[in-house]
Write a protein that binds this ligand. Structure first.
Ligand code: NG6
Ligand code: CA
Length: 526
């Protein structure tokens, strides 16, 4: 009997635990070797804030509100100065993030709250690509990408939706905070819906007899424009009409707790697998109704307080990652779906209380606009021990998240998959400041093309220059019926139009725009 056999015979359980111990020691001793052999599969959290401008966070110079949790992320990770959402509005930006292609390819415009699913089952998506790489995927928060097949029946299974395009779990605010239905949708079902109180929603006629902003302005906590003056829920009038579902109605002030707790549950349940979480804020979109805890946290009224609330939510999730030992193995991408807006339909004094704060930072325009303020948004990328601690000038787009993550987890993209997405992982991690050469910015009425620091804005037919619902937004839109060309290297505020001085460059950029739109960025030599 050799030594080991003799030992086993006398102390079998001791050997078992000893073997386990040796095993775990040897795994822990060689993490680098393991990492080199296999593709890396960190957890990925995309924190997607709504309508947050470049200048709205402390690391980028916010006044009147402070965002200490984002300060920490910016200090430890990469804080970008030239990162873009693909569009100056929500739906096309979200479409691009999840499909790796520009929104115009699917006519992605701002959707009503009862719109059918824009991303159809069968379409290649970021969560589905990650599922193939072994990830568990979840979306929590604002959706605004449509649900169902045409006329959604909120009392039945609501599908197709996120679960049919690559998410394993969803907990949604179906459209926007200012649009009905004002209920949560968990996977296929409205939360707390009672059979005897069915929901009906319409965007072209009034349903049921809930008071409206038009008929009962005395019931409102905040006055609103005509567009936002239909069904009143929680003292706030909304876009669209809704009846029923009384027990299912959300309370806006509870969003921060409801969404972060759902995210904490998702993280906890999936901590042993790689997970992807698309955490999509309702803040700082209108209506801005921060929780009591955040009232007065800024000097800017509800809009500033909503920024403080958003920052708290970021901190809450980061704390949870640390507490669960997941921080080192989680790649966090914090960004916004479009630039800032002050008055977006509700009278919450955002403009009056602004003080010295500049929501778009040094950039011109904001939400809806073709100027930089439309899409140049905050972006911070943080992955401990992987991201450099820098402020990066790399030119990158959120549409690149798809191909960059695919490269990281070693998934090969099909020829027709994510056709506008470029692998920019080195730039995302701050290992290089070399980003894109060309980048497309979609606005409500037109597109702009960046070539490094040149910026070309395509002209629009004179009769389409400004849709009437945008007329009194007090945002510089950049919609003109002649070409515009700016040199951002010495004119960050897009003041001097050089189009007439550089007709050849205008021509080159117009041709390039056409080719890129037609073929997709991945199919054109950059
Ligand atoms: C607009 C709404 C605005 C906001 C926006 C969508 C009006 C006049 N304005 O139509 O309040 O809801 O849609 O914002 O109705 S986004 O960030 O989701 O794109
Ligand atoms: Ca938005």
């Amino acid at each position: 009997m050799n030594l080991i056999n003799a030992f086993t015979w006398r102390y079998p359980s001791m050997l078992a635990s000893c073997t386990l111990l040796l095993c775990s020691v040897s795994v822990q001793a060689t993490p680098q070797n393991t990492a080199q052999k296999k593709p890396e599969k960190p957890n990925v959290i995309v924190m997607y804030v709504d309508d947050l401008g470049y200048g709205d966070i402390s690391p980028n110079g916010a006044q009147g509100v402070s965002t200490p949790n984002l300060d920490v992320l910016a200090k430890k990770g990469v804080n970008f100065t030239d990162a873009h959402s693909t569009a100056a509005t929500c739906t096309p930006s979200r479409y691009s993030l999840l499909t790796g292609e520009h929104g115009f390819r699917q006519d992605a415009a701002i959707l009503p709250g009862d719109a059918p699913a824009l991303i159809r089952p069968g379409k290649a998506t970021l969560p589905n690509m990650l599922q193939k790489a072994g990830y568990v995927t979840g979306v929590i928060g604002k959706w605004h990408l449509g649900l169902g097949d045409g006329s959604v029946d909120w009392n039945q299974d609501v599908k197709p939706g996120p679960l049919e395009i690559g998410f394993d779990y969803s907990f949604l605010l179906p459209a926007t905070g200012d649009r009905v239905p004002t209920v949560y949708l968990e996977n296929h079902s409205v939360v707390n819906l009672e059979n005897e109180d069915p929901i009906e929603v319409s965007y072209d006629h009034q349903v049921g007899n809930r008071p409206t902003g038009v008929a009962n302005p005395e019931l409102l906590r905040m006055t609103a424009d005509l567009q936002h003056s239909q069904t009143i829920v929680n003292g706030i009038s909304r876009i669209g009409s809704m009846s029923g579902g009384e027990k299912a109605l959300w309370v806006d002030e509870e969003f921060p707790d409801v969404f972060t707790e759902k995210a904490v549950d998702f993280i906890t349940e999936n901590k042993r697998k790689p997970f992807f979480l698309f955490f999509s804020f309702q803040d700082i979109h209108v209506p801005r109704l921060p929780n009591e805890r955040f009232k007065g946290k800024s000097t800017m009224g509800p809009r500033g307080d909503a920024i403080a609330q958003m920052d708290w939510m970021v901190g809450r999730l980061m704390k949870e990652l640390t507490a669960q030992g997941l921080e080192d193995n989680t790649l966090v991408i914090f960004t916004s779906d479009n630039g800032p807006v002050l008055d977006d339909g509700y009278n919450d004094k955002a403009a009056e209380m602004l003080g010295d704060h500049t929501p778009a930072g040094p950039f011109k325009g904001g939400k809806y606009s073709a100027f930089e303020g439309g899409t140049r948004v905050p972006m911070i990328v943080y992955w401990p021990h992987k991201t450099a601690h820098i402020r990066s000038r790399a030119l990158i787009s959120q549409v690149d998240i798809y191909a960059s993550l695919a490269g990281l987890v070693k998934q090969t993209l099909a020829a027709d998959e994510a056709i506008d997405s470029l692998d920019m992982m080195d730039a995302f991690l701050g290992q290089t400041e070399k980003g894109r050469t060309y980048l497309l910015e979609e606005a409500v009425g037109t597109v702009a093309l960046r070539k490094n620091n040149w910026k070309y804005i395509q002209p629009i037919a004179a009769d389409k220059v400004l849709p009437n619902w945008l007329e009194n937004k007090d945002i510089e839109m950049g919609f003109e019926d002649t070409p515009q060309l700016f040199d951002l290297s010495d004119d960050i505020g897009e003041q001097t139009n050089h189009a007439e001085n550089y007709p050849q460059l205008v021509n080159e950029l117009e041709m390039k725009t056409k080719v890129l739109l037609e073929k997709g960025f991945r199919n054109v030599q950059q």
